[in-house]
Design a protein around this ligand. Structure first.
Ligand code: GDP
Ligand code: IMO
Ligand code: MG
Length: 402
């Protein structure tokens, strides 16, 4: 059976959560391979909205096992809260439904404290992600396996002492930082296992496995708009190192929002600081799912999407939030950037109709179909899914051989 990867093609918030939850109905495993609680993946389940940060978006599909791999950075305190919120939705979350890699690094309150001091220039989510990956790269990090073998306390203390000595963290905070961490680690202990072998076995046994990306290609540490990026590999290579298993993905799905958004700082060539940008923010409810910050909005940038396709080898695309473009008289798409990095646009006539309840692609307005076809042709990759609303049933499946 094929293995699938779903990745954001822009600066995150493309609607990956909705798409993964949809595809998870056919999956045995859904796997997060990078990032941590900086992600905010919104699912609408029976009309109720839930935002997942660390738990993979397959958790509401009962037959589906969910895995957080060693490429992720795990914040035990926020994970415990998240598990509780999923349980409140009536879902069982135990070892049979959620497993966490013993190799995953632990985000501590020190990491969040450093992020609060240093993350301003980039406009991070403040979830301690960058500092935790720094600890990992410096080889001083705490992995979940260090909780199991008891060595985590010494690692915590060295990290805490360093924060006191180098950055002036108040010594009195030691217990305030340590005790809640210890309590939450104890709670998630039954979920900790070496997930590499589980994923490997699933692939060998031809089970349906889906890898769920967080953030998006333009936030990739190596290939994104550095230094305004996150600290992990959000592109396809990250899935191999993060999961620890070679996977020959048959379906490589890029999620593209019908326009672009970005939270935090950094270049955004097609950004609209006018009434069109305001309108996109309003109709698309473009406010961060993790921090609540207003998202910067702009036209679709196909030049950058072409790069995303190159990084990831997409062979299938999911177009989301097309419904949000209804009512624009003209819709622009960047097809090139000039020598100064300014976008060169192609302009399309818009459509007036509300398309959110359309059931068949043929019922989409002609101008809307033109917009979709142009994107497909430009990128040379077909759309398999067109999403017209946050609910699962607001989706057109164009081609899906899973
Ligand atoms: P993710 O981080 O990529 O999972 O995306 P987010 O959840 O941060 O942001 C996407 C937002 O758009 C969420 O509020 C979704 O419920 C919503 N959404 C997803 N697909 C659609 C769609 O096709 N139309 C509309 N109107 N909203 C959508
Ligand atoms: P999902 O998975 C959108 C952005 C932050 C900041 C930069 C670095 O929901 O698409 P970090 O906290 O990771 O060090 O911040 O990356 N960012 C996201 N933007 N969606 C996300 O996740 C993001 N995760 C991080 O706003 O600009
Ligand atoms: Mg999001």
């Amino acid at each position: 059976m094929p293995s699938t990867i779903v990745l954001g093609a822009q600066w995150g918030d493309e609607g990956k959560g909705k798409i993964v939850n949809l595809l998870a109905s056919k999956m045995d495993f859904v796997v997060r391979f990078q990032g941590g609680a900086n992600a905010g993946h919104t699912l609408v389940i029976d009309g109720r909205k839930i935002v997942l940060h660390q738990i993979p978006s397959g958790i509401f599909n009962h037959h589906c096992q969910n895995i957080i791999t060693g490429g992720c950075v795990v914040d035990p305190e926020s994970l415990v809260d998240e598990v509780d919120s999923v349980v409140k939705y009536g879902e069982k979350v135990d070892h049979s439904r959620l497993k966490i890699s013993s190799g995953a690094h632990v985000v501590t309150r020190m990491h969040k404290w450093i992020d609060a001091r240093e993350g301003g220039a980039v406009g991070t989510t403040g979830r301690g992600i960058g500092p935790c990956y720094v600890s990992k790269a410096r080889r001083i990090g705490i992995r979940l396996e260090n909780f199991i073998d008891g060595s985590y306390k010494d690692l915590f203390n060295s990290m805490f002492d360093e924060c006191v000595n180098l950055y002036g963290l108040e010594k009195e905070k030691r217990d305030e930082f340590f005790v809640p961490l210890q309590v939450s680690l104890e709670k998630i202990k039954p979920l900790i296992v070496d997930t590499r072998y589980i994923i490997h076995r699933a692939i060998s046994e031809n089970r349906n496995v889906l890898l769920e990306g967080a953030q998006g290609a333009m936030l990739d540490l190596d290939n994104g708009t550095y230094p305004f990026v996150t600290s992990s590999s959000t592109t396809i290579g990250g899935a191999i190192t993060g999961s620890g298993v070679y996977i020959d993905f048959t379906k490589r799905v890029g999620v593209i929002k019908a326009y672009c958004t970005r939270v935090g700082n950094g270049p955004f060539p097609t950004e609209l600081n006018d009434e069109n940008g305001e309108r996109l923010r309003k109709v698309g409810s473009e406010f961060g799912a993790t921090t609540g910050r207003p998202r910067r909005c702009g036209w679709l940038d196909l030049k950058l999407m072409k790069d995303s396709c190159m990084f990831n080898g997409f062979n299938s695309l999911a177009l989301t939030k097309l419904d949000c473009l209804s009512g624009f008289e003209k819709i622009k798409v960047a097809v090139e950037h000039d020598l100064n990095g300014k976008p060169i646009y192609r302009e399309f006539d818009g459509w007036k109709e509300d398309i959110s309840k359309v059931q068949s692609p043929n019922d989409l307005p002609t101008n809307c179909r033109r917009y979709i076809s142009f994107i497909e042709e430009y990128l040379g990759v077909p759309f398999s899914i067109v999403s017209l609303g946050a609910d699962r049933d607001r989706t057109l499946i164009l081609e899906l051989e899973l």
